[in-house]
Design a binder for this molecule. Sequence first.
Ligand SMILES: [Zn+2]
Length: 243
Amino acid sequence: MMVVVFAIDALEHELVEEFDCKNLKQVTYGKTDISEFNQPRTMVLWSSFMTGENKEEEILAKGDEEMWKTKIPLEETFFSNFENPKIIDLPGFSYDRKQHDKERELLKKFFEEAEDQEEKKEIRKEYNQHGLKHHRKIKEEFLNSLEKDHDFVLGYFSAADVIGHLNFGNKTLMKMIYNDLDEIAGKIKEIRDDHLLVLSDHGMEGVGMFGDHNEYGFWSFDEECDLENPKITDFADFLTSLK
Ligand SMILES: [Zn+2]
């Protein structure tokens, strides 16, 4: 028996509905309640998820740059309740720093340094390609891990967030990303007939052409369960109980 978590940054509930992503919705789905947090920050939310505790104060105290270096020890996370967990690219745990530093560097270049539309167009292109290449790599690693001898596998996918920040107003591109995520959820079910939680840290709302984090996340589960408007800190116990 394996417990699988498909962790998606910034998966937006309204777009899952609009694009009717059936595999992402599963049997039960809804929004998560992240109102206990002052800001919907990626590093804060995933750190709180894996420890089952609100880590906002601790993570924000590190400052905007340092927080990305956070590496929470296995024994402080609920992953340690499993025998052989595999955690792919999760912020605060097994995050590919080089990849994500580059994303933030390109974003900064786009918003603060580009001098004209032509330059912005080039940066956006490089940024999108960089994000999508990483997405394909993680997808392969995640699906391969489902065939191995793990009792817990979590794959973290940043594309909806990364691409969304610069392109949320581009419905065609966002639909392509959501369709691909939906296809991955379908493949997970083909490979494993086990429990699957789909979880996002926060959603996203449009700001002109761009996207910004909003005040609720997304969750879905493969069968009826008693989670109702869950907090992101509720999943540590929930997932452990599935063992
Ligand atoms: Zn995020």
